[in-house]
Design a binder for this molecule. Structure first.
Ligand SMILES: Cc1cc2nc3c(=O)[nH]c(=O)nc-3n(C[C@H](O)[C@H](O)[C@H](O)COP(=O)(O)OP(=O)(O)OC[C@H]3O[C@@H](n4cnc5c(N)ncnc54)[C@H](O)[C@@H]3O)c2cc1C
Length: 502
């Protein structure tokens, strides 16, 4: 940052995104003359449903030097080793699969999976379901936590499940103890200067809040970036159909052995998540209102969960897409105000974290120059589209035709050139990892993820057309891989035990 600071930075919105942004900024500018404030409306609630993360959230808490033993119990958090997709494919043997976060040991077993998937795509009958090949998958099956005993020197990536209300409250406490001012007020009007920059906010109680820089974390409203600055929203509705959710909380199935996975179960016009916390489960049916009415979705959701008629549910609308540029003038949009790629891979907070981190790096490098702003917006847009392509692939590659919704998903035509080429390589029996490298998209989703998705849904030739493998093709001994992973798993204690002992 330039010597000319001090500056005032005002974050508008006290949802998870607003408090994550304020916390990261408080840490990053701890020794700088930056005054940070968070304006939060006492009358407008938070969306309150983002309860699953990718492994990047561990990086977030590590960056803030907050120990798991401190934040996890406060947020009823559990560990997450990956996501289990259930019922997305009707192909025999592919009724579910697990998308694992990576581990240090994947290089011992992933090559066998990639080879088998390659051979099967090329007409050879080798087993190529992903679940047999990854340590995280086995640990999730056995409900073991992600921390290995000290004598086992390999690590694995993991994420978390947490209560969306509690995590915001926790971060608010952390940030305000570090000097972030918390202002309870509802912004009614945004004042702009002649240069187009935001000058001040007018609140409904008459207060006027000036700042040099603003962060818009007002959720789907996007009060500053979209409404006041008029930045365009680009909808993803042509290839991501889901635009609503109905959500409910339920007791844990077995409180003595909480799962360490999110479950994403396909229903008739979307899918339902099940997220286990320490004290309850969170559930939500994400669906497309083009294919099912909210009342029918609620009925299906209740049946799926076995909910009593008097159990409360909440209906939500979702705006799926992204803004043209998350950083415009003196305003950065973070969270739902910058866009949302539906929750299937629980990536929203990951994007929040990356947006703030890249913004801080750009700001530090040269303040508010147009060149840095453009580079930043390009990077974030690519990131969001990388996530979108992977999620679109879930729907496009799903193997169901039992409802109008699933038939429409399988027929999605609006594919990005990148996804089209990737699928082309898969169907042509080519080298998928090489294609991911060529396109430089491995940082968004690695070959492991793409292989698991396409292999997990059984996107292979018809089994009747497969030929038996020749001896030279059986180069991997799967029994040895089973044994190797089973013995590795013995070094990880039960998830419940790891939660209890911190
Ligand atoms: C169905 C669904 C499922 C999801 N699942 C996941 C998931 O598993 N993982 C994940 O990472 N993400 C998930 N998300 C996304 C996640 O919920 C959000 O990214 C996250 O909660 C951050 O939201 P936010 O802070 O941007 O907005 P919000 O939570 O909506 O917060 C908005 C804030 O702005 C304030 N505000 C609004 N207007 C004004 C005003 N005029 N004046 C002052 N303050 C104002 C409000 O008071 C509130 O504090 C999901 C989202 C949906 C819809």
């Amino acid at each position: 940052m330039s010597e000319a600071a001090p500056i005032d930075v005002c974050v508008v919105g006290g949802g998870t995104a607003g408090w994550m942004a304020a916390s990261m900024m408080a840490k990053f500018w701890a020794d700088q003359p930056v005054r940070l404030s968070v304006v939060e409306s006492p009358d407008i609630g938070i969306v309150g449903v983002g309860e699953g993360s990718t492994p990047s959230l561990k990086g977030f808490f590590d960056y803030l030097d907050i120990d798991e033993a401190e934040w996890m119990p406060a947020c009823q958090a559990t560990y997450k080793l990956g996501i289990r997709f259930v019922g997305w494919s009707r192909r025999p043997g592919f009724g579910s699969y697990f998308h694992p976060f990576p581990s240090d040991l994947d290089d011992r077993s992933a090559p066998a999976f990639y080879y088998h998937a390659f051979a099967r795509r090329n007409g050879v009958d080798l087993p190529a379901h992903p679940d047999r090949f990854f340590l995280n998958t086995l640990l999730a099956d056995q409900r073991r936590g992600p921390h290995a005993d000290h004598n086992f020197p390999f690590r694995l990536a993991y994420g978390y499940h947490f209560d969306a209300q509690l995590i915001g409250r926790f971060l608010r406490g952390w940030a305000t103890r570090r000097g972030v001012e918390h202002i309870e007020a509802t912004v009614a009007e945004v004042e702009r200067g002649e240069d187009g920059d935001i000058q001040a906010l007018r609140c409904s109680d008459g207060r006027r809040i000036e700042a040099d820089f603003f962060v818009d974390s007002t959720g789907f409203r996007s009060l500053l970036l979209q409404r006041a600055l008029g930045v365009r929203f680009l909808s993803f509705a042509d290839n991501l159909f889901n635009d609503r959710a109905v959500v409910a909380q339920t007791p844990l199935d077995d409180p003595t052995a909480p799962p360490c996975e999110t479950r994403a179960t396909a229903l008739s016009a979307g899918w339902c998540w099940r997220i286990p916390l320490t004290a309850r489960s969170g559930n939500g049916y994400v669906y497309s209102s083009r294919f099912i009415e909210p009342e029918a979705a609620e009925r299906e959701f209740r049946d799926h969960l076995g909910l009593d008629a008097d159990a409360g549910v909440r209906h939500l609308e979702m705006k799926v897409g992204r803004v043209e540029s998350a950083w415009s003038n003196n305003c950065l949009a973070v969270g739902l105000s910058q866009g949302f790629v539906e929750p299937l891979e629980a990536t929203a907070l990951h994007v929040v974290q990356e947006t703030v981190q890249r913004f801080l790096e750009a700001f530090e490098e040269g303040g508010r120059t147009a060149r840095l702003r453009e580079r930043f917006n390009h990077q974030i847009n690519r990131r969001v589209e990388g996530i979108r392509d992977y999620i679109v692939c879930h729907y496009r590659a799903s193997q169901r035709d039992d409802s109008e919704y699933w038939r429409a998903c399988a027929g999605i035509e609006a594919l990005s050139p990148s996804l089209r080429e990737l699928l082309g390589v898969w169907f042509a029996g080519g080298d998928l990892a090489e294609e991911i490298k060529r396109q430089q998209i491995g940082a968004y989703y690695a070959p492991l993820s793409w292989h698991c998705l396409l292999g997990g849904y059984g996107v292979y030739p018809d089994p009747a057309r497969l030929r038996s493998p020749e001896a030279r093709m059986q180069r991997f001994d799967l029994a040895r891989i089973d044994d190797f992973l089973a013995r590795c798993a013995l070094n990880f204690r039960a998830h419940a035990e790891q939660l209890a002992h911190g």
